[in-house]
Design a protein around this ligand. Structure first.
Ligand code: R1P
Ligand code: URA
Length: 284
């Protein structure tokens, strides 16, 4: 594990070496081209299978950074764990340590609201955010208070989304790649409409609401893509962002993908992501 030393500025903590407080890297220690995944084992496999000249990984606070080259181009593969706040750390602290324009592709797993087989792939053209609103369960709530807030859609980078879609469709000729809206939730459970008899979640209608609100265009449910798309758009320096997922769970049929297929799709899809990442021109 990497050590981060004392920080002095509470607004944006960096140590005396210039390492950011959570990612543990300083300026120049992260590539402008980033492939990010949730699972640290997925990141390690991608590093082992696909990176050349890989450096010793930097591991801090649940983030693991693998720097190396893909087809001669410098890239970073970063595992971040789960949820919008982990993506927030990556985009903000990553932005601080990288000079100039960036491209970030997320490759994760997801549930699907479409009638597609598990083991299909998805690319997110847009993303919405679903947040559980705790006030709904409060005794002093307003009468119009909703149980789950669903945001308006935010676009991914059109060019990178198209490049990623093309790479997926040419890589996976034996299975479908669906393109549509990703719904990013602040829980794997309640705000993705999973029913948990142990908790009062009031979410029985959530999946139908999502399907109807966006005219049946929500294809995937996971936990990070919205934060990536939203922050990339709000970054003052350019960040091109796109996201792809393995459809692990079908939320309509309740099917779940086997580990062996998932493992294979992680590598093949990871290669497709890296191909898209190195093709993109960062400067226009
Ligand atoms: C939940 O199981 C996790 O899987 C998905 C979700 O977004 C969440 O992070 O992505 P990863 O497989 O990349 O972690
Ligand atoms: N990841 C999620 O967040 N949801 C799923 O259903 C599967 C993977």
């Amino acid at each position: 594990h990497t050590k981060v030393g004392n920080a002095t500025n509470a607004n944006f903590p960096v140590d005396d070496r210039g390492a950011v407080y959570h990612l543990g890297v300083a300026k120049g220690e992260l590539s402008p081209r980033i492939l990010t995944v949730g699972d640290s084992e997925r990141a390690a496999k991608l590093r082992n299978e696909l990176l050349e000249d890989a450096e010793k990984p930097v591991s801090h606070r649940g983030f693991v950074i693998h720097n190396g080259k893909y087809k001669g181009v410098k890239v970073s593969i970063v595992s971040i764990g789960m949820g919008p706040s982990m993506m927030d750390f990556l985009v903000r602290e990553g932005r601080y340590v990288v000079e100039g324009p960036m491209a970030i592709i997320r490759y994760g797993t997801c549930g699907s609201l479409k009638d597609v087989k598990v083991g299909s792939l998805a690319v997110a053209s847009q993303a919405v955010l679903i947040r559980r609103n705790p006030d709904f369960w409060h005794q002093d709530k307003h009468s119009d208070c909703k149980n789950y807030d669903i945001s308006l859609p935010v676009d991914g980078d059109k060019e990178l989304v198209q490049t990623l879609t093309n790479e997926f469709r040419s890589t996976f000729t034996d299975r479908e790649t669906v393109v549509g809206i990703n719904a990013t939730a602040d829980s794997f459970y309640s705000s993705q409409g999973r029913i948990d008899p142990e908790f009062d979640d009031d979410n029985h209608n959530l999946i139908n609401t999502l399907i109807e609100k966006f005219d049946n265009k929500v294809t995937t449910l996971e936990m990070e893509t919205f934060q990536l798309y939203h922050l990339s758009k709000r970054s003052k320096q350019p960040i091109k962002a796109a996201a792809a997922t393995i459809i692990l769970a079908n939320r309509l049929s309740n099917a779940f993908l086997d580990n062996e297929t998932k493992s294979r799709l992680e590598i093949e899809g990871g290669r497709a992501c890296l191909d898209a990442l190195i093709k993109i021109d960062l400067n226009n």
